[in-house]
Design a protein around this ligand. Structure first.
Ligand SMILES: [Zn+2]
Length: 135
């Protein structure tokens, strides 16, 4: 049996009347929908920019140029360069009980008042990962 699915406004969810390809009740709903989707896009873009900047700064601080840094120097350097400690992609639980705050494949661990750049265990066998977080 053929049934016509009732269409609903993409903004407010009210049933639509009129043309079958209509998406919104009226201009007000259309504008509201586009504004909210633009705000979400701006939010996603902003978060992605912060994460990419954090990742680049972590890669930089881990590089040879900054190896003479103490953990406090690393934290200050990252903060001065605009690192945002509120954003990371995920957390790794290390076998020694510490956590690595990751921005994609780069990360850091807390060390007193400073931070230590996380090193991929494939490049540093001294750091081993556990599959599960500690209990
Ligand atoms: Zn509507």
């Amino acid at each position: 049996m053929f049934r016509i699915k009732a269409q609903k406004c993409k903004a407010c969810g009210d049933p639509l009347q009129g043309r079958s390809d209509k998406l919104f009740c009226d201009d007000r709903c259309r504008v509201q929908h586009h504004r909210s989707s633009n705000e979400l896009h701006a939010l996603r873009t902003g978060v992605d920019q912060i994460l990419r900047k954090n990742r680049a700064l972590l890669a930089n601080v881990r590089s040879k140029m900054h190896r003479q840094f103490t953990s406090l120097d690393c934290a200050y350097w990252l903060r001065r360069k605009g690192f945002d400690f509120n954003f990371h992609t995920h957390i790794l639980h290390l076998s020694d009980g510490r956590m690595a705050f990751m921005c994609y494949e780069e990360g850091y661990m807390l060390d007193g008042n400073g931070i230590v750049p996380w090193q991929n265990p494939m490049n540093n066998p001294k750091i081993l990962l556990s599959a599960r977080p500690p209990l």
